[in-house]
Design a protein around this ligand. Sequence first.
Ligand code: URA
Ligand code: SF4
Length: 246
Amino acid sequence: MTADDILREMGLGPVWKLRAAPAATPVDDSAAPSPAAAGSVPEIAPAGAPAADAAMAWDELAEAVAACRQCRLCEARKQAVLGVGDVNADWLFVGEGPGAEEDQRGEPFVGQAGKLLDNMLAAIGLKRGQNVYIANAVKCRPPENRTPMPEEAAACRPYLERQIELIRPKLIVALGRPAAQTLLQTEIKIAAARGKLHDYRGIPLIVTYHPAYLLRTLLDKAKAWEDLCFMRRTMQAHLEPDARRH
Ligand code: URA
Ligand code: SF4
């Protein structure tokens, strides 16, 4: 059985359909510009120096992460996985940590959970790399895909914080409990935390289920769908006032 078969069986594939949106708001999808469109704007530096600094900051960050030995997750990794996507993205999705395929390929969410994440992104008009950045709470693969230990998440957090400073996303989506707890620095339960707007240093943050959990848990699929609608509404209503029709 392929991942596509599983997704189809769950009613999630090949792509979640926008028209099924239960939380119908007066937003007209067909007329609203796609949020992904902004991501296709070329990254032109407004004035040389800041962009050069940002590029250097990313280079330094990538080097530091690649060589990092701040926690024991460095021991079994093939490579650290910094993140992927548009460094000027409005949307930042944060997962838990690389799995086997991510460790192998050096890119987050390229395995089965990644296929579901890509479908979730497509459902709200987004595409990997276009106005979207994808990162993880820890950059090195935890052995046996276990949940990162609190001290590992704490050791790795400065890298994620730096990524957020550089990207300055308009909305952060925490995928699952470890990501949410790392970002919010507090114990949470997904069931209680979803459906609310949280705050990460002034940036709105939404908590939802991790795609790998959704692959195992059919019952929460509808809730994940509600969360996707909430994300889209939040971005459209609060954060993209220009996208609304007058
Ligand atoms: N799960 C995650 O949390 N992150 C990945 O990159 C892949 C699977
Ligand atoms: Fe460093 Fe993070 Fe990897 Fe730990 S998980 S070794 S802190 S990059």
